[in-house]
Each structure stands twice: as C-alpha cells, then as structure tokens.
Design a protein around this ligand. Structure first.
Ligand code: AMP
Length: 392
C-alpha cells in the first residue's frame, strides 16, 4: 500500500474541501433506511469543519442511467438525514457542474455523481470540473476505491491538493496490518457460492497464508476434485483442475487447505428443507450440501484458535436459512473469540456478522465489498494509487 497524505498533513483553514464519501445508503419511500454510512463520516466532517474549512460532499447512489435525473436516485433524503445529524443546513446542489455559488453554507451536498455523463468512464473534462469546485480533494470512500471513475480517480488527478480521508486511512492501515507483514500463523477463510468469483482471491491468498479454510459452495468443487460424491450440490466442474492445482500447490508449499469432513445436506434448497448431517463419504446422489458439519466447524475453529492473523470472506453455508447456518455461526464465534488480528469483509460476510452479532469482537470490518475482494486479489485500487501520485 502506498504512503498517503492524510487530511492532518494539509492546511485546511479557509479552504473549500471536496470530500468523496460513500452515501450509497438503502432508501425506502424517500427515507434513509439505515444511516450507518452517513454516521460513519461524521468524525471526518467535524475534523474538516474544526480546521476552518467548508465542505462539499460528493457521492453516488444506486445505479441510475447516466445523463438523466431520476428522483428515485436523488441524494435529497441523504442531505436531509445529514442535516439532522449535524444540526446544520445541508443544501443539495442540483446543477453543480459549472461551479457553485454558495458562500453561506458550511456544508453542501452535490446531487448524485452518477447523473453526470462521463462519471463511469472517468472522463477528464468531468473530473477537471469536479476538481475546479475545490481547493482540496479528500477521498474517504474505500468501498468505491476499486473503480477508476471521475469522482474517485480523475478528480484526484486534477485537484490542486488530493489526500486520503480518515476512514480510507483506517481501512488501508487495517488491511496493511493483515497483509503486509502479518503475524503468523495467518489463516484465511473463503466461503460463498462460487469458485469462479473467488478463484483469483484463492490464488492470491495462497501466497500469503499458512492455512486456507474453504467453505460454502466453493468447498463442493474442492471435494469433487478430491473424488468425493457431492450429489446435486452447487459445483463448477470446469474449475476442478484449478481446485486440484491449488490443493497441489498447498502440499508443495507445506500449507494447509483443510476440507470438510462432515456436511449438512438437504434434498431441496429451501427455508423449510430438512437438514441431515453426513460424513463427506456418505453424500447421496440427490443430496445438496448446504453447510459444513459440526466436526468440520470444530476443526476450523481449532485452526483459528492458533492463528495470529485471520482474514474472512464468505459464509460457510446457506446461513440465510437457520438450519444451514451453524457452520458460519461457529466460525464467526471462533473469530470473535480469537486473539488474532482479524479482518472481515464482503457483502454476505457483513450480513453473517450482523446475524451472529460478532461485529464488536472482530478487529476490523471492511466497508468495501468489491474493493475488499479486489484488495484480497492483490490488485492495486486505482482511487488509492492516484492519491500517491503528484497532481497533474
Ligand atoms: P458470495 O456472494 O459468493 O460470497 O456467496 C454468498 C452466498 O453463498 C450466500 O448467499 C450463501 O447462501 C451461499 N452459499 C453458501 N454455501 C452454499 C452452498 N453450500 N450451496 C449453495 N450456496 C451456498
């Protein structure tokens, strides 16, 4: 991870500061359903205001058609929500692209950046216009850091001064601590539905970890690669060779990829399906493997007990249905109880953390779904790399 300038390295007094935040919040009937993402930014906003600067906030919301205003994706509810949290007026500026003429308000919010043509393509003209709105650009949105778009990447190139916000810094520090020089042993857990979406993650993690715990639908392909009958379970046959080569690589390098020894099966994929526990050798042709069994969960937990660094992405089973959630629950509890430095992230992982109420006991929960996965894949995140470069 590059060394970055933070807001405490920049003189903000009297400056107009444009902050890229992640206010992509869930809305129902024009109201913010969950204001966590807005609340998380409050310390950053207070820090900037206390330094004597004024703030322009910039975010996307949902996936609207570029070039068209659509009220369903307006940030107006978010501006209202922030206004009540800050106890200050936060006007939403509709037509901001040619400049903003508002010297009265300390905090302004720009309408959804995704209404602008050129945002997704990282258009230089759009990025220059964004940069022209401010003296200092601050990126505080890790969740969009894997996207090179005008509001995440281009603007940082053209702003007079660009730096990382505190939330972004915190994320980089935590991920750096887990990956750059991890305390060992280091264990990673990769679960979820498909090998295809996680293959690069698995390959990249293999270079770093001592133990790679595999669960969820992903484990089925590995079990089949080992010659087990997995019945009707989710499996990607075309990735069996990739699974075999990861297993071979682990053996060559003296690392462990423990596979399930028992599994929870059902005959149908449904909330009401009856769960039965079987050893992996006992799975029948019409079985669906939907969770790891208790012996496996115990084995995985014992590995985690000895780890000093833990990285977690993806559930071990179909945890949305309670009867297939025990593997994920035991794992979540083992991570929570461990003294290791633990980092977790990815959409479904956050739902599992919430469901089993272990969030307080995990060292760091990443705010990025796609960005966290790309980080695990070992990719450079463009919105972060650009902050390390001098402005154009
Ligand atoms: P992902 O988005 O790839 O992280 O996958 C998360 C989804 O994988 C969750 O919705 C789980 O229900 C699902 N999942 C976990 N284990 C299995 C399994 N054994 N079979 C099918 N789906 C699974």
């Amino acid at each position: 991870m590059p060394e970055l300038k933070g807001i405490s390295d920049v003189d903000l007094a009297g400056k107009r500061v444009l902050i890229r935040v992640d206010y992509n919040v869930p809305l129902t009937e024009g109201c913010v359903d969950d204001d966590t993402r807005v609340r998380t930014t409050l310390p950053t906003l207070k820090m900037v205001l206390d330094a004597g600067a004024s703030i322009i906030l910039m975010s996307h919301l949902g996936r609207p058609q570029e070039g068209e205003f659509d009220a369903a994706y307006s940030l107006l509810p978010v501006a209202k929500c922030l206004s009540s949290l800050l106890d200050k007026d936060v006007p939403l500026v509709q037509n901001w692209i040619e400049g903003i003429d508002d010297k009265q308000n300390e905090v302004l919010m720009l309408e959804n950046v995704r209404f602008q043509i050129g945002e997704k393509k990282n258009d230089d003209d759009l990025a220059k216009k964004m940069a022209a709105l401010c003296d200092v650009f601050v990126n505080d949105a890790f969740a969009t850091a894997h996207r090179a778009q005008a509001s995440t990447h281009g603007v940082a190139k053209f702003a007079a001064v660009s730096c990382a916000g505190p939330l972004l810094m915190k994320e980089i520090d935590a991920l750096g601590k887990a990956f750059q020089n991890p305390s060992r042993p280091m264990a990673a857990i990769v679960g979820g539905s498909k090998v295809s979406t996680k293959l690069t993650v698995l390959e990249s993690l293999m270079e770093k970890i001592d133990q790679l715990i595999i669960g969820g639908g992903i484990a089925n392909t590995f079990l089949k690669a080992k010659g087990f009958n997995i019945g009707n379970s989710l499996c990607e046959d075309e990735l069996i060779p990739a699974a075999k080569s990861l297993l071979n690589l682990a053996e060559e390098q003296g690392k462990q990829i423990p596979l399930p020894i028992d599994v929870i099966c059902a005959k149908t994929f449904s909330k009401e399906a009856e769960a039965s526990c079987k050893l992996v050798g006992e799975v029948e042709d019409d079985d669906l493997i939907l969770d790891v069994g208790p012996q496996t969960a115990k084995l995985y937990a014992s590995i985690l007990q000895k780890a000093l660094t833990i990285v977690w992405n993806g559930p071990l089973g179909v945890f949305e249905f309670d009867q297939f959630g025990e593997g994920t629950r035991v794992l979540a509890e083992a991570i929570a109880e461990s003294d290791a430095f633990s980092v977790a992230g990815g959409g479904d992982t956050l739902s599992a953390i919430a469901k089993y109420d272990v969030g307080e006991r995990i060292s760091y929960i990443s705010t990025g779904g796609g960005a966290f996965l790309e980080f695990l894949e070992g990719k450079q995140l463009p919105a972060i790399s650009i902050l390390a470069e001098p402005s154009s």
